[in-house]
Design a protein around this ligand. Structure first.
Ligand code: PLP
Length: 409
């Protein structure tokens, strides 16, 4: 009988969203008329920008004509989109990233997991706690383990992000090889200052480490002094891969398009001590295992860089961020400790002393008919917290605030 990949047996089942669904179903069974407000959703709700719809409609029409039909595109993405990203997301911020350092994908999640193909299994990995779960699970799938008793395997190091350190991970006390950073952060909604980011880049330069920088929520930054890209920090091109997505920037969760930057300067060591460029390895990986993102999605993504497209997607972001601001302020006024909501569509709320994430979840469901995400789902340091999102409508966000104002604890 064939064997399965044993690494998958090491994963802990993620019951978070099914447990939430069960609890909500049970509540609705007992309260069929309940008017639930879902503030747990991590998905956008506004429709695509008109300019994106037009660009994708036009692309579909091109595909329907013999003269303009396109089959397989370049595995790395179309030049028109790579160039637009280089100009608008980087050059406009004073960062020099050339189109050949940009690889278009079908979204950030796949790249986050796939990037491990080009990284040695012996490396140790540092992750924040709480964390976007894909970083942890994809490492376990690749064969890294948290099993501290299995000394033959590299450990996964957790970097606690708590109220007492402002949800900013401290540099590890032992050298690590790979570091995942996600800013603006999911789930805490917090950011790193330029100085804090500089400390991580310096750490990576000093220790020969690689930073995998996930900036899926970059477009939500409202404060001027917060870096949008890790490459705004000197020397970062030597040590960092940056992964971005059109999902939250332009509502592409159902369209699928993202990109990964692998700078030409970035190199790792082979077993025989040679310096090998990661750009070449990633290109090799993509040309073998990926046939490119859809032409239609890439045309849609390209439209977000037109002046009309930019204004339209900013409008949606402003809409969500006005929900975030209202929620944050209302919760603060109500006496809750909250993080996030200023440069991210997420609010990380601390439950009253002694209350677990699930107890707070139940309280909000029973008393306010509000559904949130328990922080424990993002790691043990998330217990005692819940995550609220700004992705619902203005109307529902305001109704939720009214209900939260009458919450009795
Ligand atoms: N990175 C973070 C931090 C996310 O929160 C998400 C989605 O929720 C992703 C990546 C995935 O993005 P995509 O839709 O591009 O796969």
């Amino acid at each position: 009988m064939f064997k399965i990949n044993e690494n998958y047996n090491r994963l802990t089942d993620s019951y978070l969203f099914s447990t939430i669904a069960h609890k909500v179903d049970a509540y609705l069974n007992n309260n069929p008329d309940a008017d639930l407000i879902r503030l747990g959703i991590g998905d956008v709700t506004l429709p695509l920008a008109k300019s994106v719809v037009e660009a994708m409609t036009n692309a579909v029409c091109q595909m329907g004509e013999r003269s303009s039909f396109r089959g397989y595109g370049p595995e790395q993405g179309y030049d028109f989109l790579r160039k637009a990203i280089s100009d608008h997301d980087y050059a406009a911020r004073g960062v020099d990233i050339s189109p050949d350092e940009i690889f278009i994908s079908d979204g950030a999640k796949s790249d986050i997991a796939n990037i491990l193909d080009i990284i040695g299994l012996d490396n140790s990995v540092a992750l924040t706690d709480p964390v976007y779960p894909v970083y942890l699970d994809s490492n376990i799938m690749a064969g890294r383990t948290t099993d501290l008793h299995d000394k033959s395997r590299p450990k996964i190091v957790k970097l606690p992000c708590m109220a007492c350190n402002g949800f900013v991970p401290q540099l590890p006390d032992k050298p690590v090889d790979i570091i995942y950073l996600c800013y603006p952060n999911n789930p805490t909604g917090t950011t790193l200052t330029r100085e804090q980011m500089k400390a991580w880049v310096n750490y990576a330069c000093k220790n020969g480490a690689l930073i995998i920088y996930d900036s899926a929520y970059e477009a939500y930054i409202t404060e001027d002094d917060i870096p949008h890209s890790i490459y705004e920090i000197e020397h970062a091109k030597r040590v960092a891969i940056e992964i971005r997505s059109f999902s939250k920037t332009a509502g592409f969760t159902g369209v699928r398009c993202g990109y990964t930057v692998v700078p030409n300067e970035l190199a790792g060591l082979s077993n025989d001590g040679k310096s090998i460029k990661l750009n070449r390895l990633w290109n090799r990986r993509q040309t073998t295992k990926f046939n490119g993102a859809s032409y239609i999605s890439q045309c849609g993504a390209f439209a977000t860089y037109s002046s009309r497209g930019r204004e339209e997607i900013q409008q949606s972001i402003r809409y969500y961020m006005s929900n975030a601001r209202k929620l944050r302020e209302a919760l603060r006024d109500r006496g809750f400790e909250v993080a996030g909501g200023i440069n991210a569509p997420y609010i990380w709320l601390r439950a009253p002393e002694g209350m677990s994430s699930w107890q707070m979840f139940e309280l909000l469901l029973q008393q306010c008919q509000i559904v949130v995400t328990p922080g424990i789902g993002f790691g043990s340091e998330g217990d005692g917290y819940i995550r609220l999102t700004a992705f619902n409508t203005h109307e529902n966000t305001c109704r939720a605030i009214e209900r939260l104002n009458s919450l009795i604890i």
